[in-house]
Structure formats: structure tokens, C-alpha cells
Design a binder for this molecule. Structure first.
Ligand code: OGA
Ligand code: NI
Length: 371
């Protein structure tokens, strides 16, 4: 954030910088535009022409993203083995799966969705205090804005977001927005525990000790990201979240019932259907790096819709922009003579800085670390 290296070959024929700035200065985000009653979206939100926007003809059989049932895996060894195998298969191919019976109750899931909605719905004068867009984001516990890469990305996102650093060093209650404070604390506690469990299964799926990934620090940091996608009057022109890969180890994503999340698999965009009580788990670039490419980070996006708002809560397992000297490299146990390291080492911060940022050749961030 603020350090993004996104480049765009597309040159707009208007003073885009000025329009971005006036949108930014409202500090009320996309929701502010919708609340003001616009029927045509400003051109900063128009998706530029790109091959990524071309519609790929769906194949006859559309593959389904796996839904993995975690019920009973702590007691039933056979069930546990099966789940580990399913997770391994999903992370090797899609980089994503859904989980049910994961231990977080529907009440908690509903409450965090409602808490994120309340944050975005609250009085604009209160909400504006949390709005920030400068280099001090690195020191801030809570960052609220619209398109964290507003000035560098080729298109502004049709969504508003707040990000809270929940780990390491859990926040003091007074640092959090009062309107959703209690549920932020409770949900992040539970999601951290679940993330550790998932990372244990992932470790075993790699043939490593159960605690290998957590001992490496994969669950040391958690960023909780609360998205609000307002209904869009011209959804065909806009994008909720552009095509990207997450930078961290894993992301545990909760989406509400609206839908719109898609994952790229076998050369086509596949819907990730909202399932009540389910959580989406996806691999990020740091996991791809430490597994030497055995597990792949999922390419995904969120399309804009004329219904909404759509709320989602992404819990990214990473220390993000926090200063950290910890460097990650391909796990030695996974390398062999015919499988040498494919990536150079990187810190979480380095990868986050390139998050969605594509190099001059339009490639994704992790390619910058390829050997
Ligand atoms: C993200 C993300 C998807 C969503 O925050 O990285 O991909 O459904 N979010 O909001
Ligand atoms: Ni993502």
C-alpha cells in the first residue's frame, strides 16, 4: 500500500489523476457515490480494455470447486487423512477450496458480516476519521479507504475496505472501531485458531510435521479485511475486485449470500458459490513460494453486481506491511536434486508491496522472485 508498483499501458484521455483525487478526498468511498444517487459510474471505475476482460467460452462441463467437510477430523483418523488428501489435491490444482463444519458457528459468521456492514453503514463523519491514504498506513492499526492502490492501479475498484491488523500483537479494544469492536476481537480469535488447524492439515499434506508451517511463522500475522461492495448501477463497466492473487500464506474468506467471487481454473473463470456456513480457503504467493510451487496461489476476482451491498471478510495470514526481518524461502524438505529451488527468498512485506502489482511485462508479483 502506497508502495505499489502497478503499471498500466492504458492511457486515459481525461485527467484521471484529478478525478481520483477528488474521489479520494470525499473520504466516503464508493458507498458515498451510491448514497448520493448516481446512475452513471465515474470513469475512474471503467475497466480498461484488457485481454483479461474478454469472455472465455465456458467449456461443456464446468468444474466445481471442492467443498471439504472438517467434521470429526480430530477424532477420526481415516476422516482426517481423507481431508488432508482433499486439501492437498485442491491446493495443487485450484489453489482454493471451501470448508464446512470448521468449528466457527453460523452466529459468529453472521455477526462479523453484520459488524463489517455496520462499520461501512455508520455515520460518514465518524467513518471519515478512519480514512487514511499515506505512508503512515504501516503504523496504523485500522486502515479504511477505497482501492488501496487507487493511484497506481489501472482501474478503481467498486468496493470500500477496512483492514485491521489482528496479529501479532492483538489490538487494545480502544484501537478498534466501537461499532464492530467486540465481534472483530472474537472472530479474529476464532479465525486464527482455524487458520492454525488448516495450516496443520496443509503441513501434513506436504508430508511435513504437523507443526512445520506454524513453527515457520505462517500463522504469526493476521490481517482482517472487511469489504463492502455497494450495488453498482452499471456493473458491466466496473469490477469489484480485479484479477489478483493474495500475497500471504493462506486467506480464509467469508462471503455473504450475494455471490460474485470467481476463481480462474483451467483457463476459465468459475463461480465460487456462496454456501451458508462455509468459508473459502485460498493459497497465496507466500505459500506457493515456500512449497516451491507445489501449491499454487489462486487467481481470483469479484465481479460487480447491481444488487447489494455484498459483504466479505478476508483473513489474510501474513504480517503484511509490518516490519519483519523474517525471510521465507522454499522449504528444504521439499527440495531434491531434480527439484531445485524455483524462488528466491522474500519477506512478507516485500510480497505485499507487490500485491497485485504486476511487473512491466504484466506478470504477477511472485514471478519477480523466480530463479
Ligand atoms: C481479497 C479478496 C474477495 C472477496 O480481499 O483479497 O480476494 O470476496 N476478496 O471480497
Ligand atoms: Ni484475494
Amino acid at each position: 500500500m502506497g508502495l505499489m508498483s502497478t503499471t498500466s499501458k492504458f492511457e486515459p484521455d481525461y485527467d484521471r489523476k484529478a478525478e481520483l483525487k477528488s474521489f479520494d478526498e470525499t473520504k466516503t468511498g464508493v458507498k458515498g457515490l451510491v448514497d448520493s444517487g448516481i446512475t452513471h459510474i465515474p470513469r475512474i471505475f471503467h475497466r480498461p480494455p484488457s485481454p483479461e476482460n474478454t469472455i472465455i467460452e465456458p467449456s461443456h462441463s464446468i468444474p466445481n470447486l471442492a467443498t471439504i467437510d472438517m467434521q470429526g477430523i480430530d477424532k477420526d483418523l481415516i476422516k482426517r487423512k481423507e481431508v488432508i488428501k482433499n486439501i492437498k489435491d485442491a491446493f495443487e490444482s485450484w489453489g482454493m477450496f471451501q470448508i464446512v463444519n470448521h468449528g466457527i458457528s453460523n452466529t459468529i459468521l453472521d455477526e462479523i458480516i453484520n459488524g463489517v456492514k455496520r462499520f461501512h453503514d455508520q455515520d460518514t463523519d465518524v467513518k471519515k476519521h478512519w480514512y487514511i491514504r499515506d505512508n503512515s498506513v504501516e503504523q496504523r492499526r485500522v486502515v479504511y479507504n477505497s482501492s488501496f492502490d487507487l493511484y497506481t492501479a489501472p482501474v478503481a475498484n467498486w468496493r470500500d475496505t477496512f483492514i485491521v491488523t489482528m496479529a501479532p500483537n492483538p489490538p487494545q479494544p480502544h484501537e478498534l472501531p466501537p461499532i464492530c469492536r467486540d465481534i472483530l476481537i472474537e472472530y479474529s480469535k476464532q479465525v486464527l485458531k482455524l487458520g492454525e488447524r488448516v495450516l496443520q492439515l496443509v503441513s501434513e499434506g506436504l508430508g511435513l510435521d504437523v507443526d512445520h508451517l506454524t513453527k515457520m511463522g505462517c500463522a504469526e500475522g493476521v490481517l482482517l479485511v472487511g469489504h463492502y461492495y455497494p450495488p453498482c448501477p452499471q456493473p458491466e463497466l466496473a469490477i469489484g475486485t480485479p484479477n489478483h492473487k493474495d500475497h500471504g500464506f493462506i486467506t480464509i474468506l467469508l462471503q455473504d449470500h450475494i455471490g460474485g467471487l470467481q476463481v480462474f481454473f483451467q483457463n476459465q473463470w468459475i463461480d465460487v458459490p456462496p454456501i451458508p456456513g462455509a468459508l473459502v480457503v485460498n493459497a497465496g504467493d507466500l505459500l506457493q513460494l515456500i512449497t516451491n510451487g507445489k501449491f499454487v496461489s489462486a487467481k481470483h476476482k469479484v465481479v460487480a453486481k447491481n444488487i447489494g451491498p455484498r459483504i466479505s471478510v478476508a483473513s489474510s495470514f501474513s504480517t503484511g506491511l509490518l516490519p519483519s526481518s523474517k525471510v521465507f524461502e522454499p522449504i528444504k524438505e521439499l527440495l531434491s536434486e531434480d527439484n531445485g529451488a524455483k524462488y528466491r527468498c522474500a519477506t512478507a512485506k516485500e510480497l505485499m508491496c507487490h500485491y497485485r502489482g504486476k511487473g512491466p511485462d504484466g506478470k504477477f508479483a511472485l514471478s519477480l522472485y523466480e530463479i
